[in-house]
Design a protein around this ligand. Sequence first.
Ligand code: SF4
Ligand code: SF4
Length: 271
Amino acid sequence: MNGMGILKGLGVTLKHFFQTYVDDIKYGGRKYIGNENFETRQGLKAQGAYTVQYPEEKLAMPERFRFVPFLVVEEPDHPDRAGHDWCTSCGICAKVCPPQCIWIVRSEDPVTKRPVPEPEAFFIDIDICMNCGYCAEFCPFDAIKMDHDYEMADYDRTGVGLHIHDKPRLSKPFSYYYDIAPTTAAEEAAGRGGWEHPDVIKEKKKSGQPVMDKPWHMLRAEDPEARAAAAAAAQAAAASASASAGPKVDMAAERAKRRQEALARHRAWKQ
Ligand code: SF4
Ligand code: SF4
């Protein structure tokens, strides 16, 4: 019959409209208690329309979500390779990157001048990056991964560390990667044959040493002695980092300053 399609469509809209209020009453203030209620209302089983009050509320990111890449580094208190890069500066990611937005400077031994398998500098221009994930797919050392952090808007696009991410900005510990992508991290660890860097696993297997059966941050959490030693090591590392970092930068003031500079440039350009 003519018009039945329109009526059916309106019926679906009306159903969602009322379900929204039914769900609002059902959950009430509970939507803010624990992550479970909040995630259910955003998930496939949710009824009705649901408005996420961004930025106070945020959608839960699926594990496979990818934004800009970051570099995996060891924990600052790792027993064998504290703070060490997973990246060996092989350059494969820079070669496969379609818009060519990765630059790598390989380290060299100051005495022998022979190349050292870790990057001295690593840059990614995030304005050019198209979030394709090829770099993460092709890296043979699982050293570059796609991040879930999408809040990177800034008033100023110039300058290293802002939209051109440098090595300190790109580097994040393995525990961060495990938090955002536990299933993928476990699949990759099974493929490597352990939770450590592929080269470490190879060396350990060659010399008959046991490889870690869990990531270091989990082993540390299970063992009180290791935890105490780790806390001391982390404290010492933080103290030495803050001693060498110089005066602390007030990020809010820095952002306000950059905004004023950007506005001034914009006004000067318009005149
Ligand atoms: S991130 Fe991976 S692919 Fe890129 S240079 Fe480092 S080890 Fe090679
Ligand atoms: S995600 Fe794609 S575009 Fe971005 S750096 Fe990696 S390879 Fe390049």
